[in-house]
Design a protein around this ligand. Structure first.
Ligand code: FE2
Length: 288
């Protein structure tokens, strides 16, 4: 029997649904033909409204509390024990620990658009909140997970995603055969030059985004950031795939990647899971 994404009844003790969504976020019906064509050509599309200012504040304020109970990127290489992520979940498993993150990951404004790209059956496997201090650099990369399996990422702005700190993307780079690390790119010019060897029309774009808005980008799009502004940048990254992939946790950041054998928690956000390859979880209770 396939598992379906129909919502299960909420127990009386369950935390209240997250109420920080803007009314206009609810009426999504997926990407239209022009948006889908843009996504396929450029590797990204957006932006769209999702959270109210109060919703943005609530999500931003929870980050430090949540991260204390998760295995952070800096600690991931030591998380080799078989139960490491039972003791301290992966930093990308916020959907399984925080009811508000679960609710955001399932919101139709996001899910209906992701379905336009991935098809009717979709799991959310990664939700995290990232921060970039002024001066912070995130090198050009493709997330190792999406290099290993196909998927779509969502960037939800929470604070400081201005023109001088926003995520950078190279249009068309999702069609590159390899990730930027394999080309040894060290800066924007080298990254763009490497992509233009294959994709003549490639451009580097920054995607400034207002707090509470989101855009979608292809899992294999080359991206990075350099916060040259004076403000902290805070964003939520949500990652989706079809249920037939096998989701795993990368334990390091440079090739060759080592993968933890456990099955991290995933949420079936649309359709059915006919494959049973991943560990599906329901909405979590309130954080202690
Ligand atoms: Fe990334």
């Amino acid at each position: 029997m396939p598992v379906t994404a129909a919502s299960s009844p909420r127990a009386d003790s369950a935390p209240a649904p997250f109420s920080g969504f803007v009314p206009e976020a609810g009426g999504a019906s997926g990407l239209d033909a022009a948006e889908l064509a843009r996504f396929e050509r450029d590797g990204w599309v957006g932006s769209y409204p999702l959270l109210t200012p109060r919703g943005v504040d609530e999500v931003g304020a929870m980050r430090n509390t949540v991260m204390r109970s998760l295995t952070k990127p800096a600690d991931i290489a030591r998380a080799t024990a078989s139960d490491a992520f039972v003791q301290k979940p992966w930093f990308k498993s916020m959907h399984a620990c925080v009811p508000e993150c679960f609710d955001i990951a399932r919101h139709p404004a996001i899910v209906d658009r992701v379905k336009s790209i991935l098809g009717p059956d979709v799991i959310a496997w990664g939700v995290t909140i990232t921060r970039s201090a002024p001066g912070g650099v995130h090198r050009w990369h493709v997330d190792h997970e999406h290099h290993r399996w196909h998927g779509v990422s969502v960037y939800l702005g929470l604070a400081g995603s201005d023109l001088d700190s926003a995520l950078k993307l190279i249009t068309g780079s999702h069609r590159m055969p390899e990730n930027p690390q394999m080309y040894g790119v060290k800066d924007d010019a080298a990254a763009l030059a490497a992509v233009r060897e294959e994709i003549l029309t490639a451009e580097m774009v920054r995607v400034p985004i207002a707090p509470g808005e989101f855009f979608l980008f292809a899992g294999r799009a080359w991206h990075g950031s350099h916060n040259t502004g004076s403000k902290l940048r805070l964003s939520m990254i949500l990652q989706y795939s079809r249920p037939d992939v096998r989701v795993q946790i990368p334990l390091n950041f440079n090739e060759p990647i080592h993968w933890h054998p456990s099955r991290p928690p995933c949420v079936l956000v649309a359709g059915q899971d006919h494959h049973g390859r991943n560990r599906l979880v329901e909405r979590p209770g309130a954080m202690p």
